[in-house]
Design a protein around this ligand. Structure first.
Ligand SMILES: *[C@@H]1O[C@H](CO)[C@@H](O)[C@H](O)[C@H]1NC(C)=O
Ligand SMILES: *[C@@H]1O[C@H](CO)[C@@H](O)[C@H](O)[C@H]1NC(C)=O
Ligand SMILES: *[C@@H]1O[C@H](CO)[C@@H](O)[C@H](O)[C@H]1NC(C)=O
Ligand SMILES: *[C@@H]1O[C@H](CO)[C@@H](O)[C@H](O)[C@H]1NC(C)=O
Ligand SMILES: *[C@@H]1O[C@H](CO)[C@@H](O)[C@H](O)[C@H]1NC(C)=O
Ligand SMILES: *[C@@H]1O[C@H](CO)[C@@H](O)[C@H](O)[C@H]1NC(C)=O
Ligand SMILES: *[C@@H]1O[C@H](CO)[C@@H](O)[C@H](O)[C@H]1NC(C)=O
Length: 494
């Protein structure tokens, strides 16, 4: 044994010294539960294992599998890459390099990536435009002459991802999420500005559609819902990146408030395709959800975790207004964890969420891949829970974050039930293998939660506040200053 180990070390050192290609003879070289040598190995939940597929990518963000099992990744400024991978006998995946679908650096694609249900149309987004191409899953190529603009008119600064989601149940629908320009974007109050909302677009329309004036609204008052997912019943869920540096009643509450959010946006059949649907407003920029209610002083009702409070109160607008007129999240998460994706595991029905990690907090938080368990179409935990996540993969030493940490972004599941996760800052993809038992934990055949009772009641109430000028100048000034101070880190945030 010892001499074999020794021999392996010699080979490893030899290869490092002479930079010989790793891939050529890597058939069985799957190293379990070890990350990149540049930071401490991530920890993984008991029973799960992970492998580092590669750390050779540039800023990988979203990840999707095509119908033939090819892996597509967004985020590189050159365009969308297809990864060449192969399965080794021991359940290990080998990375064989990447090919560029087309050099689309001129299009400024930065995050959004989706495939149509039939796998033959590719969607990707820049801050301004959603494009589509004809895609061939057999060759893993696009027909570059087929490029079309599907949605336009989204250009704005600040949060510049335009997350895309296609539906398993409604093949003609493309969901697009557009966030705020900056921390507190007062234009979000005005429905006609087309900010801070999630909309559904028909992809069969031949003309390009304007984000602000066209499409069907699913929800607004959503600061920056970077992650979108569809559960096994067709319910749409979004994870919300809530505000930074909040002051409330003159008190700095930003260490532990507001909560990041898990929001339910209903079933497309009852929203995008329903004549009499009026989209709820989720509160931004008036109302925010509490994570640590003790810090919300002078509350006008007994605020619990996940309940909404008013940022600025007056005689006619209080915390009660936020509770009664706006849609609260289904779950809250610790402030500043920055959830960037939510995808539902096809076998378990549970939501996998990537938490990119904090910058606006003394003690770093997040930097992990977690699961929210679902049952009957909703989370198992009640809406006031502060304990709804189970961490699967996390950084073992968070004090070095964000420099010495992986920062998870995109999530996708392969046919074996394994979870693939990108890390943009480290150029990595991890593959997480669940314990064998978890695939038998199938979701029930039908949703047991009566969604209509709770989600669609907070309808257009918020519209009545939409056009009034609020004296938020004080906050805006503070935010402007903060933004200038933080300009240096913006790049890491979107
Ligand atoms: C894509 O095009 C840009 C601009 O022309 C260039 O800088 C970049 O190297 C190209 N990338 C690849 C992978 O060809
Ligand atoms: C399409 O691809 C071909 C072959 O790679 C290339 O020559 C051509 O410039 C591309 N066209 C566009 C519009 O990018
Ligand atoms: C009270 O606050 C609400 C929401 O911020 C605002 O729409 C309204 O104009 C304010 N009323 C007064 C009198 O300032
Ligand atoms: C969650 O709430 C419980 C009870 O209210 C409290 O003791 C605990 O500190 C909270 N946990 C977090 C992480 O805030
Ligand atoms: C954690 O990381 C910090 C900063 O990188 C380092 O100073 C500290 O020694 C590490 N702690 C452990 C237990 O490795
Ligand atoms: C599920 O819902 C369908 C349609 O509403 C119904 O026909 C079926 O009996 C339900 N199945 C179960 C297991 O409840
Ligand atoms: C749903 O609405 C009922 C009645 O308004 C309320 O008691 C319950 O807490 C709500 N549940 C959720 C999950 O919002």
């Amino acid at each position: 044994m010892c001499s074999i180990k020794y021999l392996l070390w010699v080979i490893v050192l030899f290869k490092q010294a002479f930079a010989v290609s790793w891939d050529a003879d890597a058939e069985s070289a799957c190293i379990i539960n070890r990350g990149s040598p540049t930071y401490p190995n991530p920890s993984v939940l008991n029973g799960y294992t992970y492998q580092l597929l590669t750390n050779q990518l540039t800023r990988p963000r979203n990840i999707v599998f095509d119908t033939n099992g090819n892996v597509l990744v967004s985020g590189d400024s050159d365009g969308i890459f297809v990864l060449k991978t192969s399965e080794a006998a021991d359940g290990c995946v080998i990375y064989d390099g990447k090919t560029l679908l087309e050099n689309s650096s001129g299009l400024k694609l930065n995050h959004g990536l989706a495939l149509s249900k039939d796998g033959r149309t590719l969607f990707a987004s820049s801050p301004d435009v959603v494009y589509s191409w004809k895609y061939d899953p057999v060759k893993a190529t696009i027909d570059n002459s087929s490029r079309r603009k599907i949605v336009t008119g989204m250009d704005s600064g600040g949060h510049i991802t335009r997350t895309l989601l296609t539906s398993n149940l409604h093949s003609d629908v493309l969901l697009v999420s557009r966030g705020s320009d900056g921390n507190l974007d007062m234009e979000a109050k005005d429905l006609s500005k087309g900010k801070c909302m999630i909309k559904a677009f028909s992809v069969s329309k031949t003309k390009e559609q304007d984000f602000t004036t066209q499409g069907n609204l699913l929800g607004w008052g959503l600061r920056n819902s970077v992650g979108l997912g569809e559960d096994s019943y067709g319910g749409i869920w979004a994870v919300e990146n809530s505000a930074d540096d909040l002051m409330r009643e003159g008190i700095d509450i930003h260490q532990n408030n507001p909560a990041e959010e898990l929001n339910f946006l209903g079933d497309l059949g009852e929203t995008a395709f329903s004549e009499d649907f009026t989209a709820p407003n989720y509160g931004y920029p008036y109302c925010f959800a509490a994570w640590y209610p003790k810090d919300i002083k002078a509350a006008t009702y007994d605020i619990k975790v996940g309940d909404q409070f008013a940022l600025v109160m007056n005689n006619t607008f209080t915390d009660l207004t936020c509770r009664d007129m706006f849609q609260a999240p289904r779950l809250g998460f610790q402030a500043h964890m920055a959830p960037l994706d939510i995808k539902f595991h096809p076998q378990t029905g549970h939501a996998w969420i990537s938490f990119h990690g904090s910058w606006d907090r003394e003690t770093p938080i997040g930097y992990m891949v977690s699961v929210v368990e679902f049952k009957g179409g909703e989370p198992k935990e009640p809406r006031n829970s502060n304990n709804s996540i189970t961490n699967i993969l996390w950084n073992s030493n968070i004090t070095g974050c964000p420099q010495k940490c992986f920062r998870p972004v995109g999530i996708a599941f392969d046919r074996m039930g394994r979870t693939w996760v990108t890390s943009d800052s480290t150029g990595e993809i991890f593959i997480i293998t669940p314990p064998h038992s978890s695939s038998s934990d199938l979701p029930p055949a039908n949703r047991t939660w009566d969604i209509s009772s709770n989600v669609s009641k907070k309808r257009s109430a918020a519209v009545s506040f939409a056009h009034s000028d609020v004296s938020l100048t004080r906050i805006t000034v503070r935010v402007a200053i903060t933004c200038i101070l933080l300009l240096g880190v913006w790049g890491a945030l979107f």
